[in-house]
Design a protein around this ligand. Structure first.
Ligand code: MGD
Ligand code: MGD
Ligand code: SF4
Ligand code: MO
Length: 698
């Protein structure tokens, strides 16, 4: 029997598990004891990692759609050349940017790096990631405020904080092991505070729940800042030494009064004062946010309003503190820095001539074949297809037909494509069904690579099971197309996953995410290692929990953090007589993962899940409308679309709000096309709708 330690590739915790393997079969999976993230525990998704491609598996070879609609299975070599030739001919006919890609935060660092190299560098075109739907807001907010996209915390901070404030985050469902770290907190009298419009699973378990109006966070945070300043509950020394623009911020927040906050946020003046007092009284205050903040129309400024509060109260860089963004996907942090989409590898700017030269030298290319500008954003790619400008699309490890906001736009776009390559572990996904070329690839348990978790910890994915004939990984699929494109010596240095790791490692030298002290082999079976870990730190215990900003130094040119703020914007979707209800969306259960392609293979999850689209409705509203639990309604949305949902009646959502899990395609049928203006992340959580009761089949 062999023991193989590898990581869970669902959520951003990147828990590690030990797989016991015999004769090519997994006997047991046991969460790795001592691993600093999950120390012997994990959730249902991690323990079910062996259930990938067990009930459903595409053949090992790719297929190409024929003119009569049938699928023809071909050799890998033929498929690589078919795709490469088509990409080149589309570019020749319609221009360089007539082909595009959609990447992901769920592959290995090496896989999205090489995808960036082929598409962004060599083909000089656009690739955005599904991280746009998820972490773009936090990435932009931190880059602007700190000078680099560098979340500073370590998970240990959850155990050391005396005041934990969760804003738009529901970790009991979404990051169960994160919640278990909160449960380990033994600081006497510590408090868990939740700010969420609904009584989420986490809100129910918290000490205080502030049931805010949807999208009122920015006003609440500016009011809190005003109260803290007026009460002189701020850290003058920290502000003076380590920040810029506090004076302007102090002037700016003066207009955010408690009276207005009471009208606009749904919280009473006393509640706002109580929250300000909690921040003041805490010795180690940490504020953690996720999608309730990131997915809004003024999301970047909201994230920065959280950062501002921590900066002005000196709650950053010390144990148990921080404005801390919680990452969603297993490698979202890796993709933010190494997918070559919104920045060059390792966070470099596209215009930095010295960096361009360094990167070209390391990866073996020339300046003409290195991406020159940030990618077109996800929305522009989808609409570029709808406008007829983009003719070819290659997506990997994401399912936009289901997950994209206002997903009918993606469905419409796909019909216009000449080339639509889908690379997935299943060919039955909503996005794969319409593919013109399908690349079947192996799941995580059959491949290797590296991942970076939410606290900047890098770990190694190690193959647990052997591959069968013709089975290949994402890395090999992209490499195959790259070679078929004739990249020649421009892809020579990328021959193996380990080669790619070493290229990215060398590029990271002397950057804030320097990981030159980490070895490919040393990472295997280890406790992982948080960046930065430069060569000079080699030999130091890599399992140490490390946080950034302890010295008050940030990555901006003057080394100071920036107070950034702006007047709140009018809500693009106010409630009206026609659309009186707010449509909130998010995760449903611990077992269900996004578009449910993987977790539907886990019987425990399927057995415990509702099999069709449903939403939660307030008891009083349901009574008024004559709707009972398990009745059906047709929801008509401001985006012009409608979808049928089963109703679950509850007191956990407010009277004028509905909450729908995103695990069903219907959910994004009715979310609007609306984005934050800086991050272009979709405003997924606050469309407006109306509904009527219908029979099941309507
Ligand atoms: N089981 C499971 N776990 C997952 C995932 C999964 O699909 N399934 N996905 C992973 C990924 S990629 C991500 S990004 C994370 C997401 O993790 P979370 O962000 O924790 O999950 P969500 O359910 O999207 O949203 C969190 C909360 O935001 C609240 N919210 C909505 N509007 C507002 C608002 O205006 N203000 C405030 N303060 N709150 C608001 C919602 O009511 C919801 O309870 O989960 C990760 N973990
Ligand atoms: N309404 C609403 N919509 C949302 C959200 C919300 O809160 N509300 N949240 C958004 C967020 S935060 C996110 S992150 C997105 C997620 O949206 P998606 O990324 O579209 O969702 P997934 O279901 O995770 O899709 C991953 C795909 O990759 C495939 N896959 C799994 N492993 C591999 C592999 O090793 N290789 C390859 N090539 N494929 C693989 C899976 O089968 C699946 O088809 O959804 C977004 N959509
Ligand atoms: S908490 Fe996240 S990383 Fe850990 S086992 Fe569950 S899904 Fe996997
Ligand atoms: Mo996400």
């Amino acid at each position: 029997m062999r023991k193989v330690q590898t990581n869970c590739n669902f959520c951003a915790m990147d828990c590690n598990l030990d797989f016991q393997v015999e004769d090519g079969k997994i006997l047991r999976a046991v969460p790795t004891k001592g691993y600093p993230v999950n120390d012997g525990f994990c959730c249902i998704k991690g323990i079910s990692l062996d259930k990938q491609q067990t009930t459903e598996k595409p053949g090992p070879l790719p297929w190409i759609r024929q003119p009569d609609g049938s699928k023809k299975t071909v050799s890998w070599d033929e498929a690589f050349h078919y795709v490469a030739d088509k990409l080149k001919s589309l570019q020749a006919e319609y221009g360089t940017e007539s082909v595009a890609g959609i990447s992901t935060g769920q592959l290995t660092l090496e896989e999205f790096s090489i995808f960036g190299h082929v598409m962004r560098n060599y083909l000089q075109t656009n690739v955005d990631g599904n991280t746009r739907l998820c972490m773009a807001t936090a990435a932009v907010a931190m880059k602007q405020s700190y000078g680099f996209d560098a979340p500073g915390y370590t998970l240990k901070d959850l155990e050391l904080s005396d005041t934990i404030i969760l804003i738009g985050a529901n970790p009991i469902v979404t990051h169960p092991i994160f919640w278990s770290r909160i449960r380990n907190n033994e600081v006497p009298g510590h408090k868990v505070i939740v700010i969420d419009p609904r009584r989420s699973e986490t809100a129910r378990m918290s000490d205080v729940h502030y049931q805010i109006r949807p999208r009122a966070d920015l006003k609440l945070l500016y009011t809190l800042a005003n109260v803290l300043i007026k009460s002189d509950w701020i850290d003058h020394d920290f502000i003076e030494k380590h920040t810029d623009h506090f004076g302007e911020f102090r002037e700016f927040v003066k207009k955010f009064t408690l009276e207005d906050a009471e009208k606009e946020t749904g919280l009473t003046m006393a509640q706002v004062m109580q929250l300000a007092a909690s921040i003041h009284e805490g010795k180690a205050v940490s504020m953690w946010w996720t999608m309730g903040v990131n997915q809004g129309y003024e999301a970047v400024r909201t994230a920065q309003a959280i950062i501002n509060i921590c900066l002005m109260t000196g709650n950053i860089g010390r144990p148990g503190t921080g404005p801390n963004s919680i990452t969603g996907q297993c490698n979202a942090m890796g993709s933010r820095l190494f997918s070559d989409t919104t920045c060059l590898y390792a966070g470099y700017d596209f215009k930095d001539a010295a960096a361009r030269e360094k990167i070209c030298r390391i990866i073996g290319t020339d300046d003409d074949h290195l991406a020159k500008k940030p990618t077109l954003t996800y929305d522009r790619i989808v609409e570029g297809i709808n406008d007829g400008k983009i003719k070819g699309l290659w997506i990997l490890c994401t399912n936009p037909m289901h997950s994209w906001a206002n997903n009918k736009r993606f469905e419409e776009a796909v019909k216009k494509l000449d080339l639509y390559v889908v690379q997935d572990i299943y060919d039955s996904t909503d996005s794969a069904e319409k593919a013109t070329v399908f690349f079947p690839v192996v799941p995580g348990i059959k491949k290797c690579g590296t991942y970076i978790n939410l606290e900047r910890r890098m770990c190694r994915m190690v193959p647990v099971l052997p591959r069968e004939k013709d089975e290949i990984s994402d890395y090999e699929a992209v490499l195959g197309v790259g070679r078929a494109l004739g990249m020649g010596d421009k892809i020579e240095k990328w021959a193996t996953v380990e080669d790619c790791f070493n290229l990215m490692k060398e590029i990271s030298r002397d950057t804030p995410c320097d990981f030159t002290g980490i070895d490919w082999k040393g990472l295997e079976g280890s406790y992982g290692c948080q960046w930065p870990f430069p060569e000079a730190m080699k030999g130091q215990a890599a399992e140490d929990e490390r946080r950034l900003y302890a010295d008050g130094k940030f990555f901006t040119p003057d080394g100071r953090a920036q107070f950034l703020f702006e007047d709140p914007l009018p809500n693009p979707f106010p409630q009206t007589e026609e659309f009186p209800y707010i449509f909130n969306t998010g995760r449903g259960t611990v077992g269900q993962w996004h578009t449910q392609t993987r977790t539907r293979e886990v019987r425990y999850v399927e057995d415990a899940s509702i099999r069709r689209a449903y939403l939660f409705m307030n008891t009083k509203l349901a009574q008024e409308k004559g709707i009972r639990d398990l009745d059906f309604i047709r929801v008509d949305s401001v985006n012009g679309q409608s979808a049928v949902f089963m109703v679950r009646v509850t007191d956990d959502v407010p009277y004028d709000q509905l909450y729908a899990p995103e695990h069903y395609l219907e959910c994004n049928r009715i979310t609007p096309s609306s984005y934050d203006k800086y991050s272009k992340e979709p405003n997924y959580k606050a469309g407006v709708v109306n509904f009527v009761k219908v029979g099941k089949e309507d």
